[in-house]
Design a protein around this ligand. Structure first.
Ligand SMILES: [Zn+2]
Length: 66
């Protein structure tokens, strides 16, 4: 399941159980790096999915193209 909004959320069910992940908890799908050295994300890293497909990121892209 994915949610798009101010960020990118999601959850994973493995073997009928909610995947709780490791240290950060959950799957942190919005902060998976999709482009090495890409756009700066709110988490401080570069290239996260959220830096490209969250509502604020899409708004910034639309303004840059206007
Ligand atoms: Zn991030």
């Amino acid at each position: 399941m994915f949610t798009l909004g101010g960020g990118v959320g999601g959850g994973i069910i493995l073997g009928g159980q909610v995947f709780e992940g490791g240290i950060m908890g959950g799957s942190e799908v919005g902060h998976q790096v999709v482009r090495v050295n890409g756009r700066r994300c709110t988490c401080g890293r570069k290239g996260c999915l959220e830096a490209y497909v969250s509502v604020p990121a899409l708004q910034r892209s639309a303004v840059m193209r206007a």
